[in-house]
Design a protein around this ligand. Structure first.
Ligand SMILES: NC(=O)c1ccc[n+]([C@@H]2O[C@H](COP(=O)([O-])OP(=O)(O)OC[C@H]3O[C@@H](n4cnc5c(N)ncnc54)[C@H](OP(=O)(O)O)[C@@H]3O)[C@@H](O)[C@H]2O)c1
Length: 297
């Protein structure tokens, strides 16, 4: 698969890490509700191996997926990691036995989380760690994150983390963190229908910082829109491919981490950059967010 097929390349600013713009998000590899083992463990391993064989070198994960299980599957499937594979993990949450998502933000919890990730992934140093702000589950909420980012920066100085990013963060939190350490990526909820971060994306693009949408396909409520479907049928693409092509077009600092437990969906997603969107199609797709906002109010 050619580089162009995977959306071209992006180098995380201030780092030696270069990845293809189409990567892979591993959250779907755990069991239902991101809890416990998958129904098809061999299938999960197959998805990861096929992704990397196709040229994917950006894998998003967290030790709280499973918990622990997703990282263990990544290690089983890919370790020793091929040169150039960048694994991005997250800290800031924990999964108690009731399967809820709770903050884990004390210095002790963050430090233990780094060691859990190192052990379960089989790494000596984590490539990129996103501090996942838990102010609100799916959208950012203001509040200082300086103490937590300072803990991660200390772990970075100790050599346990190479680079730091943020997830579910506001523009103010990005600026606050940048006063403490370099921030190489921001991972927030964003897609065709959910565009609260338009201004942040443009600001990060000016700084060369990666913006990595989570829920690029709509996540728990997969994107559904007659506009998207009709654009897809005109292009001979699937709606999910068009949603990803739109993200690639939206800004050159956007990196994709679509999540799937299916090899067929993986192949479809990896082909998304083959579709060129005309100005007319882009204008139609740009209207989806306004329509979605109107329905939700
Ligand atoms: N930072 C955060 O707080 C946060 C939150 C959520 C997710 N994430 C990260 O972001 C990644 C992406 O988010 P996500 O996985 O939640 O949501 P997503 O990528 O928007 O959508 C995943 C859903 O779409 C389905 N899907 C994938 N490819 C498809 C295709 N080609 N056609 C039809 N359906 C398809 C998947 O089902 P199948 O398995 O059946 O394909 C799954 O149900 C995650 O894997 C995770 O790494 C981060």
């Amino acid at each position: 698969m050619s580089n162009a097929t995977l959306g071209g390349k992006f180098t995380f600013s201030g780092t030696s890490l270069t990845v293809h713009r189409i990567g892979y998000g591993a959250m779907q590899l755990a069991g239902p509700g991101v809890w416990g083992p998958p129904k098809d463990p061999d299938g999960a391993v197959a998805v990861l191996r096929e992704a990397v064989a196709a040229g994917v070198n950006h894998i998003d994960t967290s030790d709280y997926y499973g918990p622990h299980i997703t990282n263990q599957i990544i290690r089983q499937a890919l370790h020793p990691y091929p040169t150039g594979v960048v694994i991005v993990t997250k800290l800031g949450a924990r999964r108690p036995a009731d399967k809820s998502w709770q903050p884990a933000i004390s210095p002790q919890e963050l430090t233990a989380g780094v060691h859990d990730n190192l052990r379960n992934l089989g790494l000596d140093t984590l490539h990129i760690v996103n501090y996942r702000v838990m102010g609100s589950i799916q959208d950012p909420a203001e509040g200082s994150i300086a103490r937590q980012v300072t803990v991660l920066a200390d772990l970075q100085r100790k050599g346990l983390i190479r680079h730091i990013g943020l997830s579910n963060a506001t523009a103010a939190q990005v600026a606050e963190a940048q006063a403490i350490t370099d921030i190489v990526c921001v991972q927030n909820n964003y897609n065709l229908a959910h565009r609260q971060d338009d201004a942040l994306i443009d600001d990060l693009a000016r700084q060369g910082i990666a913006y990595v949408p989570f829920f690029p396909l709509g996540g728990l409520s997969p994107l559904q829109s007659s506009t998207l479907s009709s654009a897809a049928s005109r292009l001979g693409a699937s709606p999910m491919q068009v949603a990803q092509a739109w993200l690639l077009h939206r800004s050159p600092n956007i990196l994709l981490i679509p999540g799937t437990s299916s090899v067929a969906h993986l192949r479809e997603n990896l082909a998304a950059s083959q579709f060129t969107l005309s100005a007319e199609t882009l204008a139609e797709l740009d209207g989806i967010a306004g329509a979605a906002a109107a329905v939700n109010h």
